[in-house]
Write a protein that binds this ligand. Sequence first.
Ligand SMILES: CC(C)(COP(=O)(O)OP(=O)(O)OC[C@H]1O[C@@H](n2cnc3c(N)ncnc32)[C@H](O)[C@@H]1OP(=O)(O)O)[C@@H](O)C(=O)NCCC(=O)NCCSC(=O)/C=C/CCCCCCCCCCCCC(=O)O
Length: 719
Amino acid sequence: MARYELVKRSVALITLTNPPVNALSSPVRHAIANSMERALSDPKVRAVVICGENGRFCGGADIREFAGPLRGPPLIPVLEAIEAGDKPVVAAIEGMALGGGFELALFCHYRIAQSKARLGLPEVTLGILPAAGGTQRLPRLIGIPAALEMITTGRHISAQEALKLGIVDQVTDQNACETALEFALKAVGKPLSPRRVSTLTTPCPPDLDALLEAATMQVKKKTPGVMAPLACIQAVRAAATMPYSKGMKRESELMATLFNSGQARALQYCFFAQRTAGKWTLPSGAQWNNSKPREIRSAAVIGLGTMGRGIVVSLARVGISVIAVESEKKLLENGRQMVIGMLERDAKRRGVSASLNLLKFTLSLQDLKDVDLVIEAVFEDMALKKRVFQELSKVCRPGTLLCTNTSGLDVDALAGVTDRPHLVAGMHFFSPAHVMKLLEVVCGPRSSSETIATAMSLGKKMGKVSVAVGNCPGFVGNRMLKPYLDQATFLLEEGATPEQIDKALEDFGFAMGVFRMSDLAGLDVGWRVRKESGLTGPDVDPKNPPRKRQGRRYCPIPDMVCEQGRFGQKTGRGWYKYDKPGDTNAKPDPLIQNLLETYRSRYGIQPRNISDQEIIERCLFVLANEGFRILEDGMAARPEDIDVIYLFGYAFPRHRGGPMFYASMVGLERVLERLEHYHQAHPDVPHLEPSALLKKLVACGSPPVQQWREHIKTMRSHL
Ligand SMILES: CC(C)(COP(=O)(O)OP(=O)(O)OC[C@H]1O[C@@H](n2cnc3c(N)ncnc32)[C@H](O)[C@@H]1OP(=O)(O)O)[C@@H](O)C(=O)NCCC(=O)NCCSC(=O)/C=C/CCCCCCCCCCCCC(=O)O
């Protein structure tokens, strides 16, 4: 777990050896303690260098250990022995020094960083704080404002920035370990006291209170209801106002309030869920680690609407040459200008040059014969998409992969009109596609493992969090969204207002409630889908009861809002009113209130007071219930995949872990009981009927979310 060598006859080289990131697990802490003792007691050793194997200094504490009882030597005394020793200790930072790894470096007397290394204290993103002295040592080294920013955001900084801030003593383009060995020999005999960060006085700005107050306001605004950033600010205050030892005590008290919190568990779950989601499997046994993706050098995007443009940008900025296709000259020119503008702005922001030379714009599908992969992003119309796929099948060379960006149509039906169904898959981007991190990779029953491997790997290359899902209407994300939206409108019928429902969801942690979000996305899209599927409009049988469709409860209020030309922010009116079209400041609209009152009296609905608890339970439990059904149907491989989809595609609050994790935190028994209760009250809403998997898990004693997969295994799988 750590290798000990004597090099250059007088330097002890301690190499952390815990792949993949040399995390500070209990055996590593043991090994560091033993190695330091050996180095300090060996008269031949005049200096010490600590580095990490495989070009990675240290990724911090072993997060997996946080879930169980704490074992092994506590980290702080191990690190204190480094600082207290009478021989210079140099940290040789390659790759990364994060969290406890960064704190380890801060206990060393000197720090040398390789120029590509990243440093940071990301604990706040895991719901905790840097409790191995990070909150007390970093402010002493770089001052309150810079330390506060790093600790409350968890931002990783470059070696160059670390040098500028005074965190590292030298940056090298060479091997950091070699440089540190030379450096260590030169440090022998120099006084160590000024190098001990614990002895430094925190430079205290005169406006400390105002500074901390501003930081508090900022984190409350950015992450309302999240505890860790606030605790970080309190800990940094201690670094400015207390002696080191008292500050360390305060740091550990604050850590104790966070360590076992639900938020910390949720955020740490999210960290692992995100990594688990990349590990896809297919029923054939093909999976992420036994299937080779193809290399994609060239791609085509068909359709330059909002989605198509974002996809072109996502591809071009990672160096893939793109042919963008439109059906009319005007649309093509418009799309071309917008894509170029987007790429230029993106490049400026990243300080690189825009890769415009990778782009080609055309009106002809014939130009696509040699591309490696096509992503179709035309209007959401099955007949149109089928025509495009038939044409692509004729034009593209036999090996070209054909992908669709449909947000819910049958991918296999599209595969069926091609000459290569095994090379067809869904790549469902989220809008705006160059910003949103989520990509649902839709595996049709005939998609080959190579096709899925390629789509997943391309997603990763574009910086997306890619999740493999099965081919069912709406896939995972949009399939779950429907019952969630339905509950929100049913609650309106029963007496709630858009403002009340949004506030309850925003207090829960969503950045925007469901109605504000719908106004932002535009209400006309859903209206068109409902008209096309015969739920509203002239195709509805006049004998159909007004609030029922196919025997189920149906709320026509969203249709009534659209009939008034209220399509959301873009028209200046939707569920809310706005000062002008395109404005974002949502204001309650008395006209909506009137519409709701008239509607209720027309149907004899007596409005009732609805509690925030009911809003949260009905909206979120029905969401999770559909998630359980998706797992039952084998359309998602595991609950983590569903949660990752909701975190990255639908802005589910990360400190709640995602809908499935949230359900497990509430307690599956309670979720089941509440769903049964609401279903009894609303028997014409089948989505409220508890799913078989939820009942099965409760019957099995409500195992933790990571164990649900064992219970799902016996069910059918499309993944
Ligand atoms: C940037 C990375 C490091 C690398 O990224 P990349 O190369 O892309 O690789 P990944 O796919 O992300 O990761 C590869 C695998 O490694 C696993 N991994 C990564 N980091 C860790 C880790 N820190 N621990 C465990 N496992 C890790 C990852 O899951 C992958 O596994 P797999 O292949 O999928 O199986 C990137 O990985 C990254 O960003 N990592 C996280 C970095 C981080 O956040 N570090 C901070 C960790 S927290 C920390 O360091 C805390 C320090 C203070 C400790 C003080 C402890 C005191 C406890 C006292 C508690 C007192 C309370 C008492 C209360 C009571 O009374 O009970």
